[in-house]
Design a protein around this ligand. Sequence first.
Ligand code: NAD
Length: 339
Amino acid sequence: MYNDPNTGLRGIIAIHDTTLGPSCGGTRMWPYESETDALADALRLSLAMTYKSAAAGLNLGGGKGVIIGDPRTQKSESLLRSWGRFVDTLGGRYLTTTDVGTNGRDLESIHQETRHVVGLDVTLGGSGDTSIMTGLGVYMGIKACAGDAWGSDSLRGRTIAMQGFGKVASHTAKHLLDEDARVIATDISEDALGKAKSMGVQVVGAEEIFDTPCDIFAPCALGGVINKDSIQRLSCRIVAGGANNQLATEADGEELQRRGITYAPDFLINAGGIINVSTEIGQPYNPDRARQQTERIYEQMSAVLTTSRNKEISTARAAELLAETRLADVRRVRGIFRG
Ligand code: NAD
């Protein structure tokens, strides 16, 4: 925990696990009501990063930073640079990047004070916009689910209903349309809807999307969208999209399974962004390498779906098991000291 009265910074860095490598996770800036809320969020999000990176096969641990404050009114260069100095004190045990409330420009200020930053703009030698690879990963994950559900991973003629048509969804849609899938989308932003239309995507109302008959429902906006109300309305075979924390509760995942709907665990299918930044660590960013590694989400997803079926557990639990198994495996190796 860090408190810098000179700049008004109050922040927390949570390091959950470094078995696989340095902890990595974005810096979130949010007007938390209390320090306790901020701490709980940092701990919860850092754990999620351990699972995400482990399941994606990355050599990264789980960490997260939170700054207490309103990003619209309380952000300043001095506050961000002070945060960079705090990150630097950990000597590389925590690598930071953007998250809710922080952007690429903020990262540049943080980078003035520490080199333990990933995801900088390509012009600064970083890996840049994460949503390109996240979009590709979501597409690969959707294909794996299709292969599992229908015996063929072709999406030609399949209907995908996307809730939210922002950065990730539009990149995913590009791949889907290239494969002659039918894409229907909704958004609350006129700009996003305009973009969808220009790509040949059919647009429906924000509420209508839940009742749209489709093969695949893709949550690509905010979390908690799969809940006891929305589940009643969905008429799809697969739920697979880029949003974080899609399930309102664990029970909602089980309810999807009971209804015969395959759920693609969010932290597995949306790992393209962290995969992208991981490829710039210790080497110059190579987009081909990032693409190749992101495409592996297909294999990981297929493995998780098979485990879920064989062990009769939810797909979310199967994805956690994949991460836990890898962590346990690597911990065994690290038991041997090597000078
Ligand atoms: P974005 O802001 O570009 O897109 C989100 C879109 O959802 C916006 O266009 C917004 O208008 C729309 N939206 C919000 N509420 C809505 C509602 N009720 N109904 C319909 N549309 C709504 O963000 P993004 O980067 O595309 O991220 C989308 C999701 O993917 C988020 O949950 C994010 O946490 C997750 N994610 C993103 C990345 C990444 O690399 N950008 C990586 C992993 C996970």
